[in-house]
Each structure stands twice: as structure tokens, then as C-alpha cells.
Write a protein that binds this ligand. Structure first.
Ligand code: NAP
Length: 475
């Protein structure tokens, strides 16, 4: 069994200690990942700081060329990397292939953006003065990524930070470190200068504490749970350390009776079941207008029942395992809670597949009271909660009745309604007749307790740039 190394200051380092990496489809360990102690993380941040002066002055176009080389290497190894994503995360292979392709696209987008760290010239208000707003890279960035899109969400941080001129130290999720190790190999092959990208792994609280307390670490960019986001916010106070936070979501779907119902069913299926329901922008609450409920609900149920559960490497599988058995137990506890409060179980609600695998049947519940656990907290799995509404005002009120604000989905053909809702829904991303509102060149992020800042788009690189005002007296 292979133990994957860390990547520190341009070298692959196998350490004495390692953590096991399990295939959630079988529960079996298939690889190990080297881990390091807190001092090593501190040294990585120091090395990154030493790499910063040379990296920041390379022209943006040349930094972009490095990103293009990483993208080319990922593409060359795409089948191998996709297979690893499926092995450690469980998702169907086609979705892992899509994840690699999207990561390549992120790298290419930020390779282009690297040329565009534009400032601006501000007209003077006083005779003889000139004002410039310039953008400069803010320094060493620590990135912490989750397991649900282990390659893509790491890439979404690394690419813009490198494009901006910032060195990066990545800590991947302990459940899915192997694709990060392969990413480090791609970086190495691309010839990045030593220290510009490094990979550490190990105890999250220790590594997180080092990122927070080390003065050379100038920013932490984090994707994960709101709970850990709160820990980072509290820890960042001591050094007033900037944070970008992509946190949990609880996305509503609103299906109106004027929608193209086939498109609404298709979009809701994607929003709910993609990545086996383990997506931060997953549909957690589905509200259907009463006047179309009789058509929408049976059509959605038929599609949900037809989903094929199985090992992600098997062809034709729609839903892989959840990340581990505890995640299945948690999702089932949400289902039981909803039923206990009077919700009707329309399908699913049981473990599926082989013992040892973390499989859950696609599950649909109807008439789920707002106080049910799954209507308030994320059910990170293939569980759909359906409810019926009457008016648009009621739908908006129920959609916004959450502490989260990541994504929201609307299915309607009424343009006036689409505009009203894009303005009134409290979410950072709104899919209108679209179950997958993500693109490399458009901002991604949440409002309320779903996070701070935006990834992707021009905003994605701006997160790693400081704006400085330069005032000159001339003449
Ligand atoms: P998590 O438990 O918060 O873990 C995320 C990352 O944080 C992992 O690398 C984890 O390391 C690390 N971590 C854990 N405790 C830490 C600490 N005290 N200090 C520093 N780092 C720490 O979240 P998850 O279960 O992996 O991911 C699921 C959550 O992420 C969901 O809530 C989902 O909605 C959210 N998410 C949000 C977005 C978005 O863009 N908004 C995207 C995807 C996922 P270990 O693995 O070693 O514990």
C-alpha cells in the first residue's frame, strides 16, 4: 500500500507517521498519507515567506504560464486522478472526471486573470497631487480544504492565490488527502519555484492553530463547516488575520406553477443528488407551489427512485457512498426526526449496498415541519425534503428563514418573478432554471452564516490582493 508524501519546500517528504485513507464504498484502507507535526507547518510557512519576494515580482503572465503547466499536467493525468477521487471520496467516476475538468478550468481562468491585477488612477482633488490605487499580493496564504470536492475546492484557492503572487500552504481534509498529493506532483512537474506551493497534513486543530498564530501566514482561506469557520474566526482575532470562508449551506429550491416542469425536475435532481447530496450548494429544502405539486412530486419521486446506488467505479452509478458510516447514521437520524414530526416518507430511508460501505438509499420526504433537524441543519446526503406553498411571498419568507445563505434555486418562466426573486432571496448564488450555478468566471460564495468573501471570478483573485493608495505630489 502506498504512503503518499508531503510536499515541503520543493521536496517530497515521507514522514514517520501517516494516516489511513479509506474507500468509503468498502471501509477498507487503500492508501496512507504522511502527516507532520506543528513545527513542520511553521517551517513550511517560513519557507513560503522566503519564496514570496521572487514569486511576487514574476510578471503575472509568467505566473499564469506556471498555472497552465499545472493544468496541462492535471489533464494528462486526469483518469488516474479521477479514479483516486472516487476511491477516497466515493463519488461516481463520471463526477470525479467532471471535478478534474472543472479544476483544470479554474487553473486556466486564473492563469488568464494573473495578467489582470489591475489598480486604477484616481483623479486628484488637490492641484499638484496624483492618486493611484495599486494591487499587491498579500503574502503567504494557508488553504484548508474539505473532502466533498477534494481537488476542485483546493484548486479554487490555490490557483487565484498563486495568480495573485502569493505562495500557498495547503492542508487537505484527512479523509481525502491523496488527490492533493497527486496535485503536488503536478505542481512539481510544472516546475514551480521551491516553497511557492507546499502540502502539509495531520491534526487539523494543530495545523489550524499554526496557520492562525504564525505571523508569516497572512491569510487563511477555508472551505468547510460553519462550526470550524467559527473556530477560525475566534482564533483570527489575536492577529486580526484575514479570512475567506466558504461555509455550510441550506439551499432552498422554489418550483412555481409557471415553470417548465421537466426542467424543474431535472434541475432539482441535480441540485439535490449531485455528489450524493454532499455538496455545500445542495438543495436542502424543496418548496413546490400547490397548483403544480400533483405533477412535480410524482415526476421527481420517479427520478429519485430510479437513481442507482453503488461503488463509484462501477459504470452507470448515480449515487456513491457517503464519506463514512457516521455520515449515514447522521442522515438517517434526520430522516427519523422528520418522520417523528409527521413527515411522510415517500421513498428510501434505509442503508443500501454492501455492509462496510457507507451507502444510503435516495430518500424523499413530504410535508416536513420547519422545526425538523434536516430543515435547519444540513443533511449532507441524498435526502430530499419536499413541502408545498401557495404564494410567492410565502415561498420567499420560508426560503430565507435560515441562518445560511449559500445558494437558492428558482424554477419559473415569469421574467418579472425571476427578477423579484434574484433580489429578495438571501443567497450568494441564485440558479434560475439552473440546478448547477457554478462557473470559473463567476463569483462563488455565501451570505449570512455561509461565509465571507468570494471565490472564482475576478473576485477570486482579488481576495489575495491588497489595495494600496499611493499619493504623489508632482511638479
Ligand atoms: P470540516 O469538518 O469543517 O472540515 C473542513 C476542513 O477543515 C478539513 O480540512 C478539516 O480537517 C479542517 N478542520 C477541521 N477542524 C479544524 C480546525 N479546528 N482548524 C482548522 N481546520 C480544521 O468540514 P467537512 O465536513 O470537511 O466539509 C463539509 C462542510 O463543508 C459542509 O458544511 C459543507 O457545506 C461545507 N462546504 C462549503 C463549501 C462552500 O463553498 N461554501 C464547499 C464545500 C463544502 P480534517 O479533515 O483533518 O478534520
Amino acid at each position: 500500500m502506498k504512503t503518499h508524501p508531503l510536499y515541503l519546500n520543493g521536496e517530497f517528504i515521507l514522514t514517520e507517521d501517516s494516516l489511513p485513507v479509506r474507500n468509503p464504498a468498502t471501509g477498507q484502507i487503500f492508501a496512507r498519507m504522511s502527516i507532520c507535526a506543528r513545527e513542520t507547518v511553521g517551517r513550511a510557512l517560513d519557507d513560503a515567506h522566503r519564496a514570496f519576494p521572487a514569486w511576487r515580482v514574476i510578471p503575472g503572465k509568467s505566473r499564469g504560464d506556471f498555472l497552465l503547466r499545472i493544468a496541462a499536467e492535471l489533464e494528462r493525468r486526469k483518469e488516474e486522478i479521477a479514479r483516486v477521487i472516487t476511491l477516497e471520496n466515493g463519488k461516481p467516476l463520471t463526477q470525479s472526471q467532471g471535478e478534474v475538468a472543472m479544476t483544470v478550468d479554474h487553473l486556466r481562468w486564473f492563469a488568464e486573470e494573473a495578467r489582470r491585477g489591475y489598480g486604477r488612477i484616481v483623479p486628484p482633488q488637490t492641484e499638484g497631487k496624483r492618486h493611484l490605487a495599486i494591487k499587491t499580493p498579500l503574502g503567504v496564504v494557508a488553504a484548508i480544504s474539505p473532502w466533498n470536492f477534494p481537488l476542485m475546492l483546493a484548486g479554487r484557492k490555490i490557483a487565484p492565490a498563486l495568480a495573485a503572487g502569493c505562495p500557498v500552504v495547503l492542508k487537505p481534509a484527512s479523509a481525502t488527502p491523496v488527490c492533493a498529493a497527486l496535485f503536488a506532483e503536478c505542481v512539481h512537474t510544472a516546475g514551480l519555484p521551491r516553497g511557492v506551493f507546499q502540502l502539509v497534513a495531520g491534526a487539523a486543530s494543530e495545523i489550524g492553530a499554526e496557520f492562525l498564530e504564525h505571523p508569516r501566514c497572512r491569510k487563511i482561506t477555508f472551505t468547510g463547516s460553519t462550526e470550524v469557520g467559527r473556530i477560525l474566526i475566534a482564533g483570527a482575532a489575536a492577529q486580526v488575520k484575514p479570512l475567506s470562508l466558504e461555509l455550510g449551506g441550506h439551499s432552498p429550491v422554489l418550483v412555481f406553477d409557471d415553470a417548465d416542469l421537466a426542467r424543474a425536475v431535472e434541475g432539482t435532481m441535480i441540485a439535490k443528488f449531485r455528489n450524493t447530496g454532499q455538496s455545500c450548494i445542495a438543495a436542502n429544502r424543496i418548496y413546490v407551489q400547490r397548483s403544480c405539486a400533483e405533477k412535480f412530486i410524482p415526476a421527481f419521486l420517479e427520478r429519485a427512485r430510479a437513481l442507482r446506488v453503488g461503488h463509484g467505479l462501477d459504470p452507470g452509478v448515480d449515487l456513491g457512498p457517503l464519506i463514512n458510516s457516521a455520515a449515514v447514521d447522521l442522515a438517517l437520524s434526520h430522516v427519523a426526526d422528520a418522520q417523528g414530526r409527521g413527515a411522510k416518507l415517500l421513498c428510501g430511508g434505509r442503508r443500501a449496498g454492501d455492509a462496510g460501505g457507507a451507502f444510503l438509499e435516495p430518500t424523499v420526504l413530504l410535508d416536513v415541519p420547519g422545526a425538523a433537524l434536516g430543515m435547519c441543519d444540513e443533511t449532507f446526503g441524498p435526502v430530499a425534503y419536499l413541502n408545498v406553498f401557495d404564494t410567492e411571498a410565502e415561498a420567499v419568507e420560508r426560503a430565507n428563514d435560515t441562518t445560511y445563505g449559500l445558494a437558492a434555486y428558482v424554477f419559473t418562466r415569469d421574467l418579472n418573478r425571476a427578477f423579484r426573486l434574484m433580489e429578495s432571496l438571501e443567497a450568494g448564488m441564485i440558479g434560475i432554471n439552473d440546478g448547477l450555478p457554478t462557473a470559473s468566471n463567476a463569483p462563488f460564495g455565501g451570505v449570512k452564516q455561509s461565509g465571507w468573501g468570494r471565490e472564482l471570478g475576478v473576485e477570486g483573485m482579488d481576495a489575495f490582493l491588497e489595495t494600496k493608495h499611493v499619493s504623489l505630489v508632482v511638479g
